[in-house]
Design a binder for this molecule. Structure first.
Ligand code: GLC
Length: 548
């Protein structure tokens, strides 16, 4: 058993600024709003900026510090806004630039921050830049995208695949070349090696920063630069037919290229021209590669998204190990972050079940680092099954047999028990969950045992206890289904014990004299109970013990 006096993370390391000098994106909690599905303000069945505005009091009540809004730019919506046709506008479906300014102002007035989604890897094929680029080979914007001659036999230039199925190359008969698209053919990839592209995109960032946004969530950051020699990707030995066709190859030449870090550093420089702005990078890579996106001497992303709690099996030993590996891999000054779900992934409550989703909430909100909460997870929303003929997500449509549609995790927020769950006065763009009359914000606010109040109390605990916001993470050895750790800041010390299994069990570390009181528990009746030496746990129980 480890000696806890020799805990691996001490507060004397120079990487930690003194308490009080942490930044909002380190101490705060980020909440992701998928704008189409959060709240419809104008009764057309699709969520919008007015809708978000009308729910800010809720977010403030919950304890949200920063709101990340998925794309709201003009877009043909081939990929629901991740295909942008104007980086400096607002899609009429979501409102106007005045609505945006108002939203930003109201968010700031409540002491919160706004993080915009930014999609630099690709534009819409309807963006004026691409329309120009594809108009002729000698158009000045030709080189803004990735055009390539066919292989000698007329086939695509190499074997690169699209994440959304099929080849990554689309033939353009007008100009007799292929263009590359990592996602849909309606989402051509920009050529980030071109300084004009860099300039245009950095200017788009400045446009929003000048308006006052507090940061960006940068879409598919690891895709932004491709191999200069266009080499073929090797086959993936672990590919199995139930996986997306994209998994047939290992994207070693089409993603995560060394030069991407120069681009990320450029973006970071723009942010650093302003006060306390930040960027979160969407990066699906193993830990050792992920942490390189913090940059050299932290000149990269402030928070490279850490998707381990999404990717790993729900297994206490594997998760505990991954947390240690992540903590160990973080560069000096690199701030951790955690997330359980987003608009591309099955919801946590569907993945691990309702009871374990509560354990997951305790984990997310007591680990060291910035948590991001996906809208609806705080009320335990589940994936909603959507019949094949109603699937809207292109990933689901393109690979119908593989169950890859992301619609199920994008259904309307369940606000109350009125028609359409209080989301809209019109029929919503995706169906609301059948259980919305039982599971909604209004009902859960009244129920002290609800998921919503568990979230809120956890968030409040983070707010009041520096041990959770900025304290050290000290793993405590545990067995089988239990995961345990301490959070410590000065004299304030907490023990978190999570039972990731459904059966009862004991937790009795041999080298740690547990003595304290349960201050928060997924079974609220247990709060206030004094614990000494050992803890008995119900199945699916997670607790926070304030140590003496
Ligand atoms: C990111 C987004 C996803 C989108 C893709 C292409 O992964 O999160 O929703 O489809 O990029 O832009």
């Amino acid at each position: 058993m480890m000696n806890l006096a020799l805990a691996p993370y001490t507060s004397t390391l120079p990487v930690r600024p003194a308490p009080g000098s942490y930044l909002w994106w380190q101490e705060g909690l980020i909440y992701q709003v998928y704008p189409r599905s959060f709240m419809d303000g104008n009764g057309d069945g699709v969520g919008d900026l007015q809708g978000i505005l009308s729910r800010l009091d809720y977010l403030q009540w919950l304890g949200v510090d920063a709101v990340w809004v998925s794309p709201i730019y003009p877009s043909p919506m081939a990929d629901f806004g991740y295909d942008i046709s104007d980086y400096t506008g607002v899609h009429p479906l979501f409102g106007t630039i005045q609505d945006f300014d108002r939203l930003l102002e109201e968010i700031h007035r409540r002491g919160m921050k706004l993080i915009l989604d930014f999609v630099p890897n690709h534009t819409s094929d309807q963006h004026p830049w691409f329309l120009e680029s594809r108009s002729s080979r000698d158009n000045p914007k030709r080189d803004w995208y990735l055009w390539h001659d066919p292989a000698p036999n007329g086939n695509p230039p190499n074997n690169w695949l699209s994440v959304f199925g099929g080849s990554g190359w689309e033939w353009d008969s007008t100009t007799g070349q292929y263009y590359y698209h990592a996602f849909l053919k309606e989402q051509p990839d920009l050529n980030w090696r071109n300084p004009e592209v860099q300039q245009a995109m950095l200017d788009a960032m400045r446009y929003w920063l000048d308006r006052g946004v507090d940061g960006f969530r940068v879409d598919v950051m690891w895709h932004m630069i491709k191999d200069a020699q266009w080499r073929n990707n090797p086959p993936n030995p672990d590919y199995r037919p139930h996986l997306a066709t994209y998994e047939q190859l290992l994207p070693v030449y089409s993603t995560d290229q060394p030069e991407v870090h120069q681009i990320v550093a450029m973006m970071r420089q723009v942010l650093d021209e302003y006060n306390e702005r930040m960027m979160i990078g969407e990066i699906y890579l193993p830990i050792n590669k992920l942490v390189t996106y913090y940059g050299t001497n932290n000149n990269g992303a402030h928070l490279p998204f850490n998707f381990q709690l999404i990717a790993l099996p729900w297994n206490a030993r594997q998760i505990a190990l991954a947390v240690d590996q992540y903590e160990g891999a973080l560069p000096m000054g690199g701030w951790p972050n955690w997330v359980l779900g987003n608009h591309d992934q099955p919801r946590i409550a569907s993945r691990v079940g309702k009871a374990q989703a509560r354990v997951a909430a305790v984990l997310l909100l007591t680990l060291r680092g910035t948590p991001t909460v996906y809208y609806g997870d705080e009320i335990g929303m589940r994936d909603v099954p959507i019949a094949p003929e109603f699937v809207q997500d292109p990933q689901g449509i393109n690979m119908p047999d593989l169950n890859l549609s992301r619609d199920p995790e994008r259904t309307p927020m369940q606000w109350d028990d009125s028609p359409n769950a209080g989301f809209s006065t019109a029929g919503p763009w995706l169906p609301v969950a059948d259980n919305y009359r039982r599971e909604n914000v209004k009902v859960q606010r009244e129920n002290p045992n609800s998921m919503l109040l568990l979230y809120r109390r956890l968030i409040a605990l983070r707010r009041t206890e520096p041990a959770f916001r900025i304290g050290d993470y000290i793993p405590v050895p545990a067995e089988v289904n239990v995961m345990a750790y301490m959070r410590e800041c000065g004299v304030s010390r907490f023990l978190v014990v999570l039972n990731l299994g459904h059966g009862t069990c004991f937790f009795m570390p041999s080298n740690l004299e547990i003595e304290g009181t349960i201050v928060l528990d997924t079974i609220p009746e247990r709060e206030g109970i004094a614990v000494k030496r050992r803890v008995s746990l119900n199945g699916d129980e997670a607790m926070v013990v304030k140590l003496k």
